[in-house]
Design a protein around this ligand. Structure first.
Ligand code: BJW
Ligand code: ZN
Length: 266
């Protein structure tokens, strides 16, 4: 298949999706960029001004929990002010349609879930709820026991003594996200790979596809004979495997790609 661009590529991609019964979506930070959530890599990415080794590893949290909490509080504050964009909403409408669609996200911002609830209205949002590979920034969990709860409100990070502690065992709480060197939830990862395996298309949106094991999800679809369709303004490490690369912002490309597709398998 050609890697041509523009209207022709969009139509080809719609054709592939229209004939698929099952579709897996792998999303990354780029899908939330138009909502105002910063990405990690690239010109304005978080890793330009912050070192992942200082902020996104268990060693960093052990070394300076206050600094790590402070950075997460800054991000949580930013995310509280962000709403789903037309890209999240188009994905949610697509997942609530007739196809089997599984949204697998590396994002921790909760915006896919918010879009699912908003689009479903009084209906059932569950087909559009994402598998969150890297956890959620709006949840906290205990560093010692199994305590885990949603937590959106501001947390004081002024001194180490102020940091939140577990109501069950008094140990320090942490953001419920997956840091470098930590394992992903095995059940969540297994479900993501299963979804990729049974899909005829994997739609890869707004990710540099550099972080493992998330970046292997589309490979499973590809190895099973399925297609990869990429939506990203710039080429990525996956582009060479993609049947079609749609070069643009997901907030514009996804509604054009997904809205009004014929029912599954036609
Ligand atoms: C737009 C756009 C618009 C812009 N529209 N698009 C095998 C080989 C090598 C290394 C490893 C390996 N297996 C494991 C590792 C180690 C490591 C890893 O992958 N390292 C690589 C970086 C080299 N992985 C891990 O440690 C993972 N754990 C693990 O595997 O456990 C077992 C194990 C441990 C140790 C050794 C071996 C095995 C855990 C990874 C956890 C990642 N955590 C983070 C932070 C999460 C919490 C938080 O948010 O604070 O997750 S890092 C960060 O990267 C975050 C993201 O989810 C993740 C992916 O980033 P993403 O989404 O791709 O964002 P960007 O910024 O990179 O890309 C944005 C894209 O959007 C760009 O392409 C833009 O062009 C595009 N874009 N605007 C559409 N409008
Ligand atoms: Zn505890």
């Amino acid at each position: 298949m050609t890697k041509d661009n523009g209207a022709q590529a969009l139509e080809k991609a719609r054709g592939l999706l229209a004939s698929a019964d099952a579709v897996c979506v792998l999303s990354g930070a780029g899908v939330s960029a138009e909502s105002g959530v910063p990405t990690f890599r690239g010109e304005d990415g978080l890793w330009q001004s912050h070192s992942p080794g200082d902020l996104a590893t268990p060693q960093a949290f052990r070394r300076d929990s206050r600094l790590v909490w402070e950075w997460y509080e800054w991000r949580r504050g930013k995310i509280r002010g962000c709403r789903p964009n037309p890209g999240h909403e188009a994905l949610a409408r697509f997942a609530l349609g007739t196809r089997t669609v599984r949204i697998v996200t590396q994002n921790v911002d909760g915006l896919h879930e918010e879009a699912a609830r908003r689009v479903a209205g009084s209906g059932d949002p569950s087909p559009a709820l994402p598998l969150e590979l890297h956890g959620s920034i709006v949840r906290v969990r205990c560093t010692r026991c199994s305590y885990k709860v949603p937590h959106r409100n501001p947390i004081s990070t002024a001194t180490p003594e102020n940091l939140p502690s577990c109501p069950v065992c008094s140990a320090l709480l942490r953001p419920d996200v997956v840091w470098f060197g930590e394992s992903l939830d095995p059940a969540v990862l297994a479900e993501a790979f299963q979804a990729a395996q049974r899909s005829q298309v994997c739609l890869v949106v707004g990710t540099s596809a550099l972080v493992q094991p998330a970046a292997s999800v589309p490979l499973v679809t590809h190895e099973g004979g399925g297609y990869i369709i990429e939506v990203n303004p710039t080429p990525t490490s996956l582009s060479r495997l993609a049947s079609l690369s749609l070069r643009g912002a997901s907030g514009q490309v996804l509604p054009a790609l997904l809205d009004g597709l014929a029912t599954a398998g036609t």
